[in-house]
Design a protein around this ligand. Structure first.
Ligand SMILES: *Cc1c(COP(=O)(O)O)cnc(C)c1O
Length: 431
């Protein structure tokens, strides 16, 4: 999406009311204005407030639109009415997101005991939480059970031995391996029962022998998938495990279809999944749950960063053949997603400068003293990038903030929240 921003937006337009609270939350009463527009308004305010006598005020900033999170939740409910969403907290544990989703009666997928504690602190009932780590520390599994979170995933003999000896109250979903070849972030080398690791059948047999509770099957098609049909095969394989479990005398009641949903392919994925569920799990007595992360928050955040260094690349005749610049956010900060999440990002100028400018190839570096801190290797910018300019990146809500470090002493970017939906504002107590 491109947006004309020249001259800069006035920070406080008449249609916008702003409430700062102690958490720097903020609201735009702008109805259904687009996420990007209101996020950029907030980013512009941040830019206007930057002051060279206060180095903290010049930090990069992240703006999250809770209205977009709300819309994604509604989109899930509309397209996957049978599948109870358990938001994958690890993707973005922003307390404002958790507060909104808790208020919307969402359920939660937690990967650790600290995440469980955070979600419980939002008043969520423990039966709405799945501890979706198939190989967890014994102490964390015991603590989860003590706090009322019994539903967990498992994929290995050792985890079952631990359960037998230390947390036999667990209610397991057996996490099966899937074909994740169509996903950008594959999980199969690490997780899932199936060749060349212990098979789900073997684990169920052990569970039976040791009197452990198994209640269903879980899978994950891989994060950031581009293969909607992966759901069909995974659901079919789950049916086979349900049948096998029945032969062993288990009464399976839960199918967990995991995450992997993307903003772009969501409707197509939902369509494939719904058809597979209708074919293989027609009975409404089977509880179907999902663990979306990226889909809920990816598109809801914009990152703005300032250009803090520039230099030209020259040929032996001193002709400029390219440019590079540094920004105050990079691979060790919020742009960590370019490494861990294979995210490809393209910076855009926050304020348009010169429409007659000829496109130039730029390379972008982050702020640290490491040349590997190079979030964008090469891109063609149609605006001149000068020292002190601000650039922004869209789609920065998934696997960014929680993956950022403070390497070189630079604190994480400042985070702001806005809302482009009255309903989201009301549920957050901002209206
Ligand atoms: C990371 C993860 C998710 C969320 O995946 P997305 O691709 O972000 O939707 C869900 N379930 C499990 C077990 C995960 O590890």
């Amino acid at each position: 999406m491109s947006l004309e921003l020249s001259p800069p937006l006035t920070p406080r337009s008449s249609s916008t009311s702003i409430n700062h609270d102690t958490h720097e939350t903020y609201e735009c009463r702008v109805g259904r204005e687009k996420t990007l527009q209101i996020a950029l308004k907030k980013a512009n305010e941040h830019v206007d407030a930057a002051n060279i006598d206060d180095y903290m005020s010049q930090r990069a900033c992240l703006v999250g639109d809770m209205g977009e999170v709300y819309r994604q939740h509604k989109r899930w409910k509309q397209n996957l009415p049978r599948v109870t969403p358990h938001y994958a907290v690890k993707c973005n544990p922003d307390p404002v997101v958790l507060r909104l989703l808790a208020n919307l009666e969402a359920h939660f997928d937690c990967a650790s005991m600290p995440e469980i504690e955070t979600v419980l602190a939002h008043g969520v009932h423990p039966t709405k939480i799945i501890f979706a780590h198939p190989r967890k520390e014994i102490s964390q599994a015991r603590a989860a059970i003590k706090s009322g979170v019994l539903r967990m995933t498992t994929d290995s003999e050792q985890d079952l031995v631990n359960a037998r000896d230390y947390f036999p109250e667990a209610e397991f979903l057996v996490r099966i391996s899937t074909d994740d070849s169509g996903s950008k972030c594959q999980l199969g080398s690490k997780f899932g029962a199936g060749e060349p690791f212990d098979t789900p059948q073997k684990l169920l047999g052990m569970g039976k022998e040791w009197g452990l509770k198994f209640t269903g099957v879980s899978f994950h098609i891989g994060s950031n998938s581009s293969d909607p049909s992966a759901f069909i095969k995974a659901v079919a394989n789950s049916r086979a495990i349900f049948n096998y479990a029945a032969e062993l005398g288990y009464d399976f009641k839960v199918l967990d279809v995991g995450g992997g949903f993307t903003n772009d392919l969501f409707e197509e994925m939902a369509d494939h999944l719904n058809r597979a569920l209708a074919q293989y799990f027609p009975s409404p007595t089977v509880e179907i749950i999902g663990e979306p992360g990226r889909f809920y928050v990816g598109s809801a955040y914009v990152l703005a960063a300032q250009v803090t260094g520039t230099r030209d690349v020259k040929d032996p005749f001193e002709r400029v053949v390219g440019c590079q610049y540094d920004i105050n956010e990079g691979n060790y900060g919020l742009l960590a997603s370019t490494i861990s999440d294979h995210q490809e990002v393209i910076p855009q100028v926050l304020r348009k400068r010169d429409p007659t400018y000829a496109p130039t190839t730029y390379r972008v570096f982050g702020p640290t003293c490491d040349a590997w801190d190079n979030p964008v290797d090469s891109y063609n910018a149609s605006d001149k990038i000068s020292y002190g300019d601000w650039v922004y990146f869209e789609g920065m809500g998934a696997y960014t903030y929680p993956c950022a470090t403070e390497f070189n002493g630079n604190p994480k970017a400042k985070a702001y929240h806005v809302s482009s939906e009255m309903e989201a504002s009301a549920r957050l107590g901002w209206a």
